[in-house]
Design a protein around this ligand. Structure first.
Ligand code: NAD
Ligand code: DAU
Length: 356
């Protein structure tokens, strides 16, 4: 038995591959293009492990995907590969449409051809799991109930629009062709191996470097945080027990305004790695807001809890402490990531954001 994972050198995919091999022992073929967000350092502990086969390649490459399916005969595809950063999608949406829409289409077509060629139990057991986001549902008002699986789609950024399009393709390939798919829409993840362009790792990295902590707008935007290994266990649960054609919302019941997240990180760093210059709070800097910034996301995770028995293991307090400690203990991983390309991105994204 083998599964194919796409995007397994990224943040969540990398955590998933490590977690999957540690918990199930089942081999993984990991297809990843190694964009700026892909990092083989994350998978270093699997070097020489025959259960992990890494393939550098593009999910838009149909011939490559066909040959991987023919060679490895997987029982499932778990699809993480995507362009994932909202700010980058505002600066350059083209790559988001290519990878997230065309890439998902290519995978679905290859999976459909492969699945049509399977027989008996192998055909009945095959699954295509699509990893998506709560951002497809749009933005909530302060008193709206959290997103359920039947919420209307109202994507607001080029990123969320491209993910919404990919969700629709997955749904249609099941409805029209019978492809055995499941989809999960998850809230904001955090934890080890998170690329330091996203809020939590960026704040940790900037604080340790004595750089400003850029808070977009008023800092009162709300996200619902989930520790990454809880997302991995949710996907494992869906693969094992999820119903074909169903969507599962995954979240940690941890709604927090951004400024509170930053203050929590500051308190932990003040405790674990105090600065000679005083509290890291001195670095908080309010900057120009993200265009079209969604105000609030929140996930109603009761369906996966009720139907599949999944629950997150970490609270925000335990997860954020582990995360800050991981970054303190793994500064070499962070330094490897802070390449020339990363510095170019920081210059581009923050240059136009005056302190306000
Ligand atoms: P990431 O940006 O850290 O990693 C994406 C990975 O995909 C990278 O390794 C990259 O090299 C690879 N990739 C990109 N384009 C590719 C292509 N054309 N072919 C093959 N590989 C390609 O992303 P992430 O944060 O780990 O997110 C993984 C998935 O989870 C995405 O689908 C994202 O939409 C979804 N998601 C993320 C979050 C979150 O908080 N990070 C929350 C909900 C859902
Ligand atoms: O909700 C799930 C989504 O969460 C995923 O689908 C995306 O792939 C993932 O990137 C994440 O999107 P966000 O836009 O919510 O994450 P980000 O870390 O970029 O920003 C979190 C919040 O923090 C958001 O309100 C913007 C704000 N922010 C972000 C950065 C990078 C700041 O205030 N300052 C910053 O420098």
């Amino acid at each position: 038995m083998t599964i194919i994972v796409t995007g397994g050198a990224g943040f969540i995919g990398g955590n998933f591959v490590l977690d999957w091999i540690a918990t199930t022992g089942e081999p993984v073929v990991n297809l990843d293009k190694l964009t700026y967000a892909g990092n083989l350092e994350t998978l270093k502990s699997l070097e020489g492990d025959s259960r992990h086969t890494f393939v550098e390649g593009d999910i838009c490459d149909r011939a490559l995907v066909d040959s991987l399916l023919a060679t490895h005969r997987p029982r499932a595809i778990v699809h993480f590969a995507a362009e994932s950063h909202v700010d980058r999608s505002i600066h350059g949406p083209g790559e988001f449409v290519r990878t997230n829409v065309e890439g998902t289409f290519t995978l679905l077509e290859a999976a459909r051809a492969y699945w049509n060629g399977l027989e008996g139990q192998a055909k009945a057991d095959f699954r295509f799991h699509h990893v998506s986001t709560d951002e497809v549902y749009g933005s909530l008002g302060p008193n709206d109930p959290p997103f359920t699986e039947t919420n209307t789609y109202e994507p607001n950024s080029p990123y969320s629009a491209s993910k919404a399009a990919s969700d629709h393709l997955v749904r249609a390939w099941h409805h029209t062709y019978g492809l055995p798919v499941t989809t999960s829409n998850c809230s904001n993840n955090y934890g080890p191996y998170h690329f330091p362009e996203k809020l939590i790792p960026l704040m940790i990295a900037n604080a340790l470097a004595g750089k400003p902590l850029p808070i977009y707008g008023d800092g009162q935007q709300i996200r619902d945080w989930l520790y990454v290994t809880d997302h991995c266990s949710a996907i494992r649960t869906i693969l094992a027990k999820g119903k074909v054609g169903e969507v599962y919302n995954v979240g940690g019941w941890n709604e927090k305004p951004n400024i509170d997240i930053v203050k929590t990180i500051i308190a932990l760093l003040d405790e674990l790695k105090p600065s000679a210059e005083g509290s890291y709070a001195r670095l908080i800097t309010y900057v120009t807001d993200r265009p079209g910034h969604d105000r609030r996301y929140a996930i109603d995770a009761r369906k996966i809890e009720r139907e599949l028995g999944w629950k997150p293991a970490e609270t925000f307090e335990t997860g954020i402490r582990k995360t800050v400690q991981w970054y303190l203990d793994n500064q070499d991983w962070v330094q490897n990531v802070l390449s020339g390309a990363y510095r170019d991105w920081v210059a581009k994204n923050y240059a136009g954001r005056e302190a306000v």
